[in-house]
Ligand binder design. Structure first.
Ligand code: NAG
Ligand code: NAG
Ligand code: NAG
Ligand code: NAG
Ligand code: NAG
Ligand code: NAG
Ligand code: NAG
Ligand code: NAG
Ligand code: NAG
Ligand code: NAG
Ligand code: NAG
Ligand code: NAG
Length: 492
């Protein structure tokens, strides 16, 4: 008991009565916490949990004003072992987060005892086995967040899951779940986030019942063995901010209504079998940051409006059959633009002038298209550029000397064009791949490129002596090809 202090006897009496009522209705929570600590073999992180202290002051423990344990936040503190049954007798627990530890065992049904639970995060552990069939009617009717992601759960998603009617956030991604996605999940009308990605489900469609999930802001169903046409009802989910449905086997076209989702920030549909043109009727998705439609069979021209999206940062259109030009305004209005990857299409015309306007471009890759014209000065002067890959096009003209002064450049691949120009004697130390074969470069081979590992410059018009000390100037070099130039001398 607490040390005696002066106070009205009436209050003291009342306190004793309250205390004894509490003691009857719930176990000694300090003792429960100590049991939990012992079950986990006294991990160093819980050293401060000792019989002496008031348990509400212990680290990772939160209590309500009545001194009942409501929160346990035991994240990333090297816990091993299973979830002890004692946790299920912390009857007032509303928030349990044991994510990112090394917890093993199966789903802890002891948690059915925590009737007030609102937030449960077991993610990033090694919990395995099937989820219990009765999880939905027992896991607490108040539960609003359930994160079981990054574990080893197998078997099917229990059909009762839909009974957790307060769920706003359901994360089951990155497990070993099989079977099909239950139709009844469409009854979880409060859901804002539904993450099911990266599970080996049976091939199946995204259930049509999901059209009732009108509050969804975040749908992450990548790599879920989805088949059938692109689910057209997604265009009616007006709250949608993140739609990741990549790495499935969806067919059909991207419904034009997708571009009318005004809150959309991420659209990722890459690596499916989508066909047809990217048709835009009414474009209101002006907040897009990521457009990833790569690795499909899309045709037609790239909508020019992509060039006017102020927050566009990543644009991946590679491995499709897009034709026409890159949007001429690309980069001029998207000052954060950092990745533009459009390789393996049928694009024609020139490289837009303003790609690096915001000074953030890191990757511009457009190999295997039919681009012509020259490399724009704005691109060559782009200090943030790391990867420039333009091989297999019809580019011509001098490569601006400025390009070779860009210190962050790591990979430059310009093979199979009609480019001219020369290389400086000393190349930037970050440059590790330089592939400029089959062009019309002239002048001498650089003497120094201390980071260079891969140097291919065959089929050009380089001349003069190969520097005698090439091995010193390029100490990391492991692939070198200088065939079909006008070089003389020897390589040591
Ligand atoms: C967990 O283990 C790592 C590596 O042994 C250690 O650096 C870290 O401090 C530990 N964390 C806690 C909270 O004990
Ligand atoms: C669960 O914990 C992980 C790791 O600590 C965290 O990244 C994740 O955001 C949490 N999940 C939810 C739904 O809050
Ligand atoms: C998990 O903890 C490790 C350090 O122990 C950290 O590097 C990692 O980012 C954490 N993962 C998540 C998802 O929070
Ligand atoms: C789930 O994994 C356990 C082993 O952790 C195994 O015994 C069980 O058969 C698996 N269940 C399914 C449905 O694959
Ligand atoms: C896709 O999911 C499978 C399990 O179904 C997993 O093994 C694989 O790593 C996932 N792929 C990616 C890219 O995450
Ligand atoms: C959507 O919800 C309505 C009303 O709750 C219900 O009648 C309908 O069957 C649901 N649709 C689907 C496809 O589940
Ligand atoms: C696309 O379809 C082809 C031919 O049917 C198939 O071989 C391929 O695996 C499919 N790709 C995806 C990502 O589903
Ligand atoms: C772009 O991002 C900024 C900062 O997050 C935000 O204030 C602005 O509204 C966004 N623009 C659009 C069109 O969504
Ligand atoms: C791409 O389009 C061209 C015609 O423009 C066609 O010949 C070719 O077969 C298409 N490729 C694919 C993969 O659809
Ligand atoms: C690029 O090719 C088109 C035909 O596809 C041609 O009209 C145009 O003049 C060419 N531009 C340059 C700069 O070579
Ligand atoms: C380079 O130009 C020559 C003539 O100027 C042309 O015959 C050749 O096809 C061009 N090569 C490429 C890869 O565009
Ligand atoms: C090499 O790249 C790093 C990281 O991008 C950058 O911080 C550094 O300044 C670069 N080195 C030179 C010589 O520019």
């Amino acid at each position: 008991m607490a040390t005696p202090h002066r106070g009205s006897p009436y209050c003291l009496l009342l306190l004793l009565v309250v205390a004894s009522v509490a003691a009857e209705s719930q176990p000694d929570e300090a003792e429960l916490l100590l049991q939990i600590k012992r079950a986990w073999s006294d991990p160093p992180a819980l050293a401060a949990w000792s019989a002496a202290g008031a348990h509400c002051q212990w680290p990772y423990v939160g209590c309500d004003s009545a001194g009942r344990v409501t929160k346990l936040t035991l994240v990333d503190i090297n816990i091993t072992g299973t979830i002890p049954d004692a946790i299920g007798r912390l009857y007032s627990l509303t928030h349990l987060d044991v994510s990112n530890n090394s917890i093993a065992g199966v789903f802890p049904m002891a948690l059915y005892g925590c009737r007030s639970l609102r937030y449960l995060n077991l993610s990033y552990n090694h919990i395995r086995g099937e989820l219990p069939d009765d999880i939905g009617d027992n896991l607490g009717a108040k539960l609003s967040t359930l994160d079981l992601s990054f574990n080893e759960f197998n078997g099917t998603i229990p059909a009762t899951m839909y009974m957790l009617q307060k769920l706003r956030c359901l994360w089951l991604n990155n497990n070993h779940l099989t079977g099909t996605i239950p139709v009844d999940l469409g009854k979880l009308a409060s859901l804002k986030m539904l993450w099911l990605a990266n599970n080996p489900f049976d091939a199946g469609k995204l259930p049509a019942s999901f059209k009732n999930l009108t509050n969804l802001a975040n749908l992450y169903v990548s790599n879920c063995s989805l088949v059938g046409d692109f689910p057209s009802y997604l265009v009616t989910m007006s709250e949608l901010e993140v739609l990741s449905i990549d790495d499935n086997s969806l067919t059909g076209t991207i419904p034009s209504g997708i571009w009318g989702l005004r809150n959309l920030v991420v659209l990722s549909v890459s690596n499916n079998n989508l066909t047809g043109d990217v048709v835009v009727h009414s474009f209101t998705a002006m907040s897009l940051i990521i457009i990833d439609v790569g690795e499909n069979k899309l045709t037609g021209i790239i909508p020019e409006i992509f060039g006017y999206l102020e927050n566009l940062t990543y644009m991946y259109l590679y491995d499709n059959n897009f034709s026409g030009k890159l949007p001429p305004e690309l980069g001029r209005h998207s000052l954060g633009l950092s990745h533009v990857e459009v390789d393996f299409n049928e694009l024609t015309g020139t490289i837009p002038e303003g790609l690096c306007t915001g000074g953030n471009l890191q990757y511009f890759t457009a190999s295997s298209n039919r681009l012509n014209g020259s490399i724009p000065l704005d691109l060559a002067n782009c200090a943030t550029l790391q990867d420039l890959v333009l091989s297999n096009n019809q580019l011509s003209g001098d490569v601006p000397q400025a390009l070779w002064r860009m210190g962050r450049l790591t990979h430059v691949v310009l093979e199979n064009n009609n480019l001219t120009g020369s290389l400086p004697a000393i190349m930037s130390s970050n440059l590790s791949t330089l592939r400029i074969g089959t062009n019309q470069f002239v002048g001498r081979i650089p003497a120094e490129a201390v980071g260079l590992r891969y140097f291919k410059a065959d089929n050009n018009q380089f001349s003069g002596e190969i520097p005698a000390n090439l091995g010193y100037g390029m100490p990391l070099l492991d692939t070198l090809s200088l065939a079909n130039n006008n070089l003389s001398g020897r390589i040591y």
